[in-house]
Ligand binder design. Sequence first.
Ligand code: ARG
Length: 298
Amino acid sequence: MAKVITSLSQLDFSLVDLESMPVPGKVMVVTPGHFDVEYIINPHMKGNIGDVDKEAAFREWAVIKETYRKLGLYVHEVEGAEGYPDMVFCANQSLPNITSDGVKQVVMSVMHAPERKGEVPFIQKVYEDSSYDVVHLDESKFTDFEGMGDAIWHHKKRLIWGGYGYRSSMDVYSHISDTFKTPVIALELVNEKFYHLDTCLCILNEETALIYPKAFSEEGLNLIRAMFPVVIEADKYEAEELFACNATCPDGENVLIQEGCNKVNSALEEVGFIIHEVSTAEYLKSGGSVFCMKMLLW
Ligand code: ARG
């Protein structure tokens, strides 16, 4: 039965009550040969059309890929497709799951941005080739869902954090909760610069989250603070200009983050995280950074 929590009064579980999930061992990345800023679908892209330095973008992407390899993840490289300059942000086209019996499933996105709809079949093919059960949303009912840009797994726990407001709609989460037999805590996004949940919430491990508070409603913040014993807050500059909260921590220990997030990095180091600073300068021009340039897979 679907369980979607939108307020503190509905929250009837805590971290210890949640079923465990395995840590994903693979990471999918999409080659950036066709990456560019060709249209404007988020505020960060304004003024950046045609401004991507292609060689720099490739170098940045390659460093991130290598960092995953060094951390012991299996890197699954997928070829980008011509005409889809945002396909490199492969957190957005899908939301994968592994059931308690080890069955791999994936819900394919219904991209809000018409420019990005054609990316989905390319990513679907990757799942079909990796023996995932592919689930499609009924597009007459659900018009917006941008995958792991908005729906983020809690580290090692059967719980999804679901952002809504700009690229995904609230009603999709009851369907996802049903399909994956997983509770969803739905958070309204209230600041268009933070248009995906992964721009303002980074789940670092079971207990720790990095957030940009002004991206959330009061109710959302209450839910985050109720579930995470440790909440680190990014300031406006690091969150908005450097996408600090679009960092990723695939193993609960090592954090890949845009370089220069000095305040966030000190706060993270203080509680024991290992920081790997990388440049995503070219991708910031498109409104994306480390988290959304990959998909963790089982
Ligand atoms: N230009 C892309 C878009 O607006 C960037 C996506 C970044 N992805 C993310 N999950 N934050 O769709």
